[in-house]
Design a protein around this ligand. Sequence first.
Ligand SMILES: NC(=O)c1ccc[n+]([C@@H]2O[C@H](COP(=O)([O-])OP(=O)(O)OC[C@H]3O[C@@H](n4cnc5c(N)ncnc54)[C@H](O)[C@@H]3O)[C@@H](O)[C@H]2O)c1
Length: 384
Amino acid sequence: MKQHKTMKAAIVGTGFIGKQHYEAIRRLPNTGVVAVVDADATKIAAFAQEYGIEHAFTSMEELLDNLEIDVVHICTPNFLHYPMAKLALERGVNVFCEKPLSLTAHESEDLVRIAKDKQVHHAVNLNYRSNVMVREMRHRIQNEQIGNVLMIQSEYIQDWLMFDTDYDWHFLPKMVGPSRTVADIGTHVFDIVQFVTNSKIKEVFANLVTVYPQRFQREQRGETFSQEYVGEAKAVDVVNEDAAMIIARLDNGAQVSIVLSQVTGGYKNGLEIVVSGSKSSLTWKQEMADRLIVGNRLGGNEMLYADPKYVDRSLSDFISLPNGHAVGWADAFKNSIHEFYKTIQNDVYQSDSIVDFNEGHYLMKLVEATLESNKTKQWVTIHE
Ligand SMILES: NC(=O)c1ccc[n+]([C@@H]2O[C@H](COP(=O)([O-])OP(=O)(O)OC[C@H]3O[C@@H](n4cnc5c(N)ncnc54)[C@H](O)[C@@H]3O)[C@@H](O)[C@H]2O)c1
């Protein structure tokens, strides 16, 4: 078997998601996290020491000036994705960037241009498409096992911002961009809908909802989801959306309905997709990530577990455990990074596993189309 050179990775931003990148990379063969970067100097030194990482820096520039790496993982708040990805691409470093790719489609278009020019590998982390049962759903739809696709429903519902005292950088447009919920979790839904149907969303009609016109801001301690605050509360206006109701049309004509919310009590990471076909339906729920439900009108429903015996042979690499030892969020996350690393090592795109910057850019156009539709109360068409 061909032995690949060891992949030297660096992680920029060591908050909630940066740590997940670190753990996922540690599960991959022949890879190493050689450096971590965070603006918080005390935190990054302690992090590097605790995890035994050789190098710690406080800026991306310092990292790239001092170290040769194969890939950089950008895990910082949204407004830093564009400048950081741009810098890495310009230095010829492969980039694995968190979603959303940028604040605007104008920025993501620029990244697509630079990436093409520099001939490096690039991907956006839309990790759910690397879940094996999502891939099995796509496989079955492609093979017409559910007949013709009639319509698609998807929702992504959470409660981490349900109180008016919940407040962090996601409420600041200069850090998060013009959209919060759609850019944050809507991008996952757009990607999964497009991935399983192998189609593009061409038109959207959106109604965005802000449930609290004002929230109470305090200084947040810790990372995203920590909900630890200190100091006096100050009332501040909320300018971005807590929820969204979107209807959409795919380029193959199928109709889609999407509900997003970050303010619905009891729902934690409630991503779900239902694809209705003329013979049967398929349902995948993120909180039961190792199952795929086949809905039949006659003969009863089936619930498939993630196991090489029950999914297409080509997908067995996406399963790291036997059925019942539930593959879940962290496994899809690891797969997402693994597929990108194989792309770098083989210098060939692993086809449908990678969301490259072109696709990341299209997702930004979808976010902007959603905002425009909400404003104009019209259908908006997305152009290639
Ligand atoms: N793929 C997913 O499912 C998923 C899930 C959660 C978050 N995310 C994305 O990951 C990104 C980060 O989100 P998070 O929840 O980890 O945020 P976070 O606030 O928990 O962590 C962000 C980290 O970036 C650091 N940072 C800030 N400015 C920096 C700079 N200039 N240089 C280096 N580090 C800097 C902060 O100190 C912090 O440690 C966001 O874009 C978010 O959309 C993706």
